[in-house]
Design a protein around this ligand. Structure first.
Ligand code: NOJ
Length: 509
C-alpha cells in the first residue's frame, strides 16, 4: 500500500481498532535459523519454584492467531479481491506462510508451553464457490488441527475473522440475510469435520468491529460510510448467524475431544473498547460515549444472553423487528473478550445514528485534540495502553452477564521486548485482581503467537511473541516470548520477573 494513503484509510476505519501511524525500530532478538523451535533450548526460561502471582491450576494459558493474517495466498477471499481492486496489489501476499508452516507454528506454541491455541479457518478456502466444498482444504485444516492436538494443546477454532469468500460478497455480503444460512451450513460442516478434535469454537470474531468498520468507515470490502442502519443490519444478521451456528455446532459436535466432560463450548470473540466522554463535562460527549459503549461493546452480549434484540441498535428493544427471539437467548457459553484499550468519544453531530460521535483514535487527533494531545503510553499504532481498564471491565462484564470469561485476545503493537513483557505482566496482574474479586476468568490468550498481517496496516505493526522475517518467513524468539513462556511454564509470575519489569515504559506523543 502507498504509505501516503494510510492516514486516509485509517480515518475510514476509526471504528475498527487497529490503525496507527508510527512504525518503530527493530530491537527484537532474532536468529538466522528457519525454525525457532530447533534452537530454543537455551532460550526458554526455566520455571521458578514459587510465584509472586499465581493462577488456578486449570487456567487456560494461550496464544491467539487468525487464518487470513498468518496463512497468505487466500485468493478466493473478498479481502484479497478488494485489495487488488483498491490498492492494485495484494497487501497480504504470503503473510507468515502459516498455510505451509503450521507444524512450525504448533512447535512454537508448544515451546511457549501454552495449553490452548486459537487458530482460524478461512471460509473462502473451504467453500470457494457457493455450495461447493473443497475436500482437500477440509483435509488441510484437519492436519492443522491435528498438529495442535498432537502436541497436547487444545485448539480454539474461529470460523469467521473479518473475511468472506468472494461469492458471499457477490450475493450482498452480510447485509443479505441469505448469508446467515450460508454461514451456518459452513459452521455445521466444520463442527462435523473436526468435532472429534475440537471443543472450543468461536463462530465470529469481533462482529461489531466488522459491522461498524464495514458500514461506517468502508474499512472492509463492500462497505459504506456513515451508514448506521447498515451497521445495525449487519450486526443483527451476524447475531442470528452466530446463534444458529451455535445450535448447529452443539447438535453436531458431541465428542468430548479433551476428556473434560464438555464436547462443544461455543462463543464469539467480542472487542471490548470501553468508551469515555472526550470532554467529561460535555453532555454531547457523555451521551455519545454511553451509546458507543452500548452499541460497540455490550449490545451483542445483551442479545445473545437474554434473547432481546435491538435490531436498529438505538438502545431499546421496542421497535419493529425488536423483541424476544428464543433462538438467540443463551447462545454464549462464555464471554470471549478481546481487550486492547479504552477510547475517548467525541460528539460529532454529522455522524448519523445513535452514537453521533467518533472514537478518538490517533488518526482523529486533529479533531479530538485540536490543541495537541498530551503524551500518553501507547503501542506503535497509537492505541493507549491501560491495564487498569482491563481489571475494571472484567469485573463490570462479570457482574452484568454472569458468564465465565476467556480472554481471547490481548496484545500490543511493539518491537520493544521490555514493553511487551511489562504489558503482559501488567495485564496478568489485572486478571489476577479480577479473580480475587470473584470473577470467573478461565483463560488468557496473547495476541499473537507470531507477527502477522495487520489488515490495512499490513506489516508495519508487530504483535508477535515470535518475530517473523516476512521475506523468508523465519520465526525467532523475542524477549516478550521468553517472558510469556516463563510465566506459562511456571503458571504465574515470579518475583524476579515482577522486579525486572517493574517500571512502566515512557509515555510519548
Ligand atoms: C483484533 C483483531 O481480531 C485482530 O485481527 C487484530 O489483528 C488485532 N485486534 C490487533 O489489532
Amino acid at each position: 500500500m502507498h504509505r501516503d494513503f494510510l492516514p486516509l484509510i485509517c480515518l475510514l476505519i476509526l471504528f475498527a481498532a487497529g490503525c496507527g501511524g508510527a512504525t518503530s525500530g527493530e530491537n527484537d532478538q532474532t536468529t538466522a535459523d528457519d525454525d525457532a523451535h530447533d534452537q530454543d533450548d537455551d532460550t526458554t526460561v526455566e520455571p521458578t519454584p514459587s510465584n509472586a502471582i499465581d493462577f488456578p491450576d486449570d487456567f487456560l494459558w494461550g496464544v491467539s492467531t487468525s487464518a487470513f493474517q498468518t496463512e497468505g495466498g487466500n485468493v478466493n477471499s473478498d479481502f484479497t479481491q478488494w485489495m487488488l481492486k483498491v490498492f492494485h496489489r495484494d497487501l497480504c501476499g504470503e503473510a507468515a506462510d502459516s498455510y505451509d508452516l503450521y507444524e512450525t507454528d504448533a512447535n512454537l506454541a508448544q515451546d511457549l508451553g501454552v495449553n490452548i491455541y486459537r487458530i482460524g479457518i478461512e471460509w473462502a478456502r473451504i467453500e470457494p464457490q457457493k455450495g461447493k466444498y473443497d475436500e482437500a482444504e477440509i483435509e488441510h485444516y484437519r492436519k492443522v488441527i491435528e498438529a495442535v492436538v498432537g502436541r497436547g494443546i487444545k485448539p480454539m477454532v474461529t470460523l469467521h475473522h473479518f473475511t468472506n469468500p468472494q461469492w458471499v460478497q457477490d450475493q450482498g455480503g452480510w447485509r443479505n440475510a441469505e448469508t446467515i444460512a450460508s454461514f451456518v451450513a459452513y459452521a455445521r460442516l466444520m463442527a462435523k469435520s473436526y468435532g472429534d478434535l475440537v471443543d472450543y469454537w468461536l463462530t465470529i470474531n469481533e462482529p461489531i468491529i466488522y459491522a461498524s468498520g464495514l458500514c461506517l468507515m468502508a474499512g472492509y470490502p463492500g462497505g459504506s460510510i456513515n451508514n448506521f442502519p447498515c451497521a445495525a443490519e449487519v450486526s443483527t444478521n451476524m447475531m442470528f448467524a452466530h446463534a444458529r451456528a451455535y445450535h448447529a455446532i452443539k447438535e453436531v459436535d458431541t465428542t468430548d475431544a479433551d476428556g473434560d466432560g464438555e464436547s462443544a463450548i461455543v462463543s464469539i470473540a467480542q472487542a471490548i473498547v470501553p468508551g469515555y466522554p472526550r470532554r467529561p463535562d460535555n453532555a454531547g460527549d457523555i451521551e455519545s460515549a454511553r451509546m458507543y459503549d452500548y452499541f460497540m461493546n455490550k449490545m451483542i452480549f445483551y442479545t445473545l444472553t437474554t434473547g432481546e434484540l435491538d435490531a436498529n441498535g438505538d438502545g431499546d428493544t421496542t421497535d419493529e423487528g425488536d423483541g424476544y427471539y428464543e433462538e438467540l437467548a443463551g447462545t454464549l457459553d462464555f464471554l470471549g473478550v478481546n481487550f486492547y484499550n479504552s477510547i475517548k468519544v467525541l460528539h460529532v453531530p454529522l455522524i448519523f445514528g445513535p452514537i453521533a460521535g467518533i472514537p478518538c483514535y490517533p488518526e482523529a487527533n486533529f479533531i479530538c485534540y485540536p490543541h495537541g494531545r498530551p503524551p500518553y503510553l501507547h503501542g506503535d499504532n497509537g492505541n493507549p495502553i491501560e491495564p487498569e481498564e482491563f481489571h475494571k471491565l472484567l469485573v463490570d462484564y462479570a457482574d452484568e452477564f454472569h458468564l465465565p470469561i476467556v480472554i481471547t485476545e490481548n496484545g500490543v503493537a511493539t518491537t520493544d521486548g521490555y514493553f511487551r513483557s511489562w504489558f503482559i505482566i501488567e495485564h496478568l496482574k489485572a486478571v489476577r485482581a479480577a479473580l480475587d474479586d470473584g470473577v470467573d476468568v478461565r483463560g488468557y490468550m496473547h495476541w499473537s503467537l507470531i507477527d502477522n498481517f495487520e489488515w490495512l496496516m499490513a506489516y508495519t505493526m508487530r504483535f508477535g511473541l515470535f518475530h517473523v522475517d516476512f521475506p523468508t518467513s523465519i520465526r525467532s524468539w523475542t524477549e516478550g516470548g521468553e517472558t510469556y513462556s516463563a510465566i506459562v511454564h511456571a503458571g504465574g509470575v515470579s518475583q524476579e520477573l515482577l522486579d525486572r519489569y517493574a517500571d512502566a515504559p515512557p509515555v510519548s506523543e
